[in-house]
Ligand binder design. Structure first.
Ligand code: AMP
Length: 271
C-alpha cells in the first residue's frame, strides 16, 4: 500500500489507472467502511481510500474536535486488506486549489439532515468535488446509510458531467441491528443498548410509523423514541425512495429516515 499526503504525488501515481475505485472516508475505520472496500476489490484491483476529516461539514468546532481519530490503527487495517493507495491529505492539500466544477446542491438537501445541519451538505459536496477532481476515479463507493449524502453527490456528479460511477453499498449493522458508525465508539454499552432498542422499534413498527407520519401524528413517534432513550430527535420522516421526497400518501415505496441524539452523540439511519 502506497501512502500519499500530497495530491501532486498521488495524481502522478494514479493517472495511469484504468479502473480506479475510490472509497472516501473520515477514518476510524469499521466494518461499514471495510464492506465498501471489499465490494470495490471485487470489481477493481486499483483501490484508493482517503482519510480526511473535513472541518467544513461539521456544524460546530466542538463536534469536529471530538470526532474519533485512529490513524495508526486505520493504516494497519488497510495494510491488512491490501489496498493499493491511501491518501491522507492535510487541509491545504485539499483546499489550496480552485476546482473546475461549481458545487451543485439539489433541493433534496433542504430536508432531513440539511434542515438541522445547515452547512453540512455544502461542506460535503465541496470536499467530494475536490477529491473527485484530484482522483478522477472510475468508480466511487458510497454507503446507503448516508442515503441523502449519496443522492446529493450523485446529483452533483450528474449536473457537472463528472465521469465517475457511484456504486451504492448496503448499510452494515452490528449484531443488535444498529448501523455501524465511527460515532458509535463515543457511546457507552448502556447507550448502545438504547440505540438498539430504537432500531428494533422502528424495524418492527415500520408500517405503523409510516401511517402515523402521513396522518400528522409524528409527535407520537417522537415520544416513543424519547421513551426508548433518545435525548433529542432531530427528525423522523418517511421518504419516497424513487422521488426523493417526503411521502404524502399510502402505497409509496419508502424508508423511515431518522436522526437522534443519545447523550451528546448524533446518530442517523434509514430502514
Ligand atoms: P464516513 O467515514 O462516516 O464519512 O463514511 C465513509 C463512507 O462509508 C460513506 O460512504 C458512508 O456512507 C459509508 N459508511 C459508513 N458507515 C457505514 C455502514 N455502517 N455501512 C455501510 N457504509 C457505511
Amino acid at each position: 500500500m502506497k501512502i500519499f499526503k500530497k495530491r501532486i504525488e498521488l495524481i502522478k501515481e494514479i493517472s495511469k489507472c484504468k479502473k480506479l475505485a475510490f472509497v472516501p472516508t473520515m477514518g476510524a475505520l469499521h466494518k461499514g467502511h471495510i464492506s465498501l472496500i471489499k465490494k470495490a476489490k471485487k470489481k477493481s484491483s486499483e483501490i484508493l481510500v482517503s482519510i480526511y476529516i473535513n472541518p467544513k461539514q461539521f456544524n460546530s468546532k466542538k463536534d469536529f474536535k471530538k470526532y474519533p481519530r485512529r490513524l495508526k490503527k486505520d493504516i494497519s487495517i488497510l495494510k491488512k486488506i491490501n489496498i493499493s493507495y491511501l491518501y491522507i491529505p492535510r487541509h491545504n492539500d485539499i483546499y489550496s486549489f480552485i476546482p473546475k466544477n461549481k458545487i451543485f446542491l439539489d433541493k433534496f438537501s433542504k430536508i432531513l439532515c440539511g434542515k438541522f445541519r445547515p452547512l453540512h451538505f455544502k461542506g460535503v459536496i465541496n470536499v467530494v468535488n475536490r477529491l473527485l477532481e484530484i482522483t478522477k476515479p472510475k468508480f466511487l463507493y458510497l454507503g446507503m446509510k448516508d442515503f441523502q449524502q449519496l443522492i446529493l453527490i450523485k446529483s452533483h456528479i450528474n449536473r457537472n458531467k463528472i465521469k465517475s460511477n457511484i456504486i451504492p453499498c448496503p448499510t452494515i449493522r452490528d449484531e443488535s441491528g444498529v448501523a455501524i458508525s465511527s460515532r458509535n465508539t463515543q457511546l457507552s454499552k448502556n447507550q448502545l443498548q438504547k440505540a438498539a432498542k430504537i432500531y428494533k422499534f422502528i424495524k418492527k413498527n415500520k408500517r405503523k410509523i409510516f401511517h402515523k407520519i402521513i396522518n400528522k401524528k409524528k409527535s407520537e413517534v417522537v415520544k416513543n423514541l424519547t421513551q426508548l432513550g433518545a435525548a433529542k430527535v432531530d427528525y423522523v420522516e418517511c421518504i419516497n425512495l424513487a422521488k426523493k421526497k417526503l411521502c404524502k400518501k399510502p402505497g409509496e415505496n419508502y424508508n423511515i429516515f431518522f436522526a437522534y441524539y443519545i447523550g451528546g452523540v448524533r446518530l442517523i439511519d434509514n430502514l
